[in-house]
Design a protein around this ligand. Structure first.
Ligand code: IPE
Ligand code: IPE
Ligand code: MG
Length: 244
């Protein structure tokens, strides 16, 4: 039986988050420039998105560019920004056809204007779609997001819109950029690195983590299904005992 056939469709996670890593190393292995790895990574995005749609994952968050990634060589940053623009432009028809709803989290205002425009256009055009929500984390980092949330909460307390006693787990979640999303049940990272790299620290408090050595451009639908199966074979106890 294929991985996909073994998946229990009534137990599919509603939100899967992926740290797409390994583009640069993949390109290097082929004797190519790092940017070739990024353009090749787009195909893996299609694979993951299609796979998510086929098994009815509702939200797919992809970590595409971190706050820390601004520190890469300017040429690489520019190439990534150009790739974002061209990919949204090229894929918009296919997103519509597949009813994908595009959203984004992160410091979007820090992106070059052309990226912001293309992104806003994609988000607006797909807003009514009812298929997979493809949520791109761009210029995102968890510490950036939490810092903003804390500032907003402090301001609301100062302006007496909020009482200190009202601050709880749920309220904090509502001040994050993921306020409309459930926490990811599953978080995948490719490329063999076993770290979170400043991604959704609050939201993954109880997520199942799945690490694979596959470099992102090599990631295929089957790899996505394999991760889902692995997730389905785990026992999520949330602090309780197995017997409960
Ligand atoms: C992931 O691949 C893409 C981004 C972080 C933008 P990398 O570019 O980090 O590739 P490696 O990890 O250097 O191989
Ligand atoms: C994490 O990958 C960020 C994205 C996938 C966008 P990095 O390659 O930037 O992370 P580190 O540097 O290995 O932690
Ligand atoms: Mg990397």
């Amino acid at each position: 039986m294929s991985y996909k056939e073994q998946i229990e469709l009534d137990k599919v996670p509603s939100h899967v988050a992926i740290i797409m890593d390994g583009n640069g190393r993949w390109a290097k292995q082929q004797g190519e420039l790092r940017t070739f790895g990024h353009t090749s990574g787009v195909e893996a995005v299609r694979e993951a998105l299609t796979a998510a749609g086929e098994i009815r994952v509702k939200h797919l968050t992809l970590y595409a560019f971190s706050t820390e990634n601004w520190n890469r060589p300017m040429q690489e940053v520019n190439a990534l920004m150009d790739l974002l623009v061209s990919t949204i432009m090229n894929e918009i028809d296919s997103l519509q056809k597949n009813k994908v709803k595009l959203t984004a989290i992160g410091n979007i205002e820090s992106l070059p204007n052309k990226c912001q425009l293309e992104l806003k256009n994609g988000i607006l055009e797909t807003a009514a779609n009812t298929g997979v929500n493809l949520n791109l984390a761009l210029s995102y980092s968890s510490k950036w997001e939490l810092t903003n949330a804390i500032k907003k909460i402090a301001l609301d307390v100062q302006e007496k819109k909020l009482g200190v006693e009202e601050i709880n787990d749920k309220l904090i979640s509502s001040y994050l950029s993921t306020s409309n999303l459930p926490d990811p049940e599953l978080m995948i990272r490719t490329s063999g690195e076993n770290r979170i790299s400043n991604f959704m620290l609050w939201q993954i408090a109880y997520s199942e983590l799945y690490f694979t050595d596959i470099l992102w451009p090599d990631f295929k639908k089957e790899d996505f299904y394999k991760a889902i199966l692995d997730y389905q074979n785990r026992e999520r106890r949330f602090g309780k005992t197995s017997e409960q």
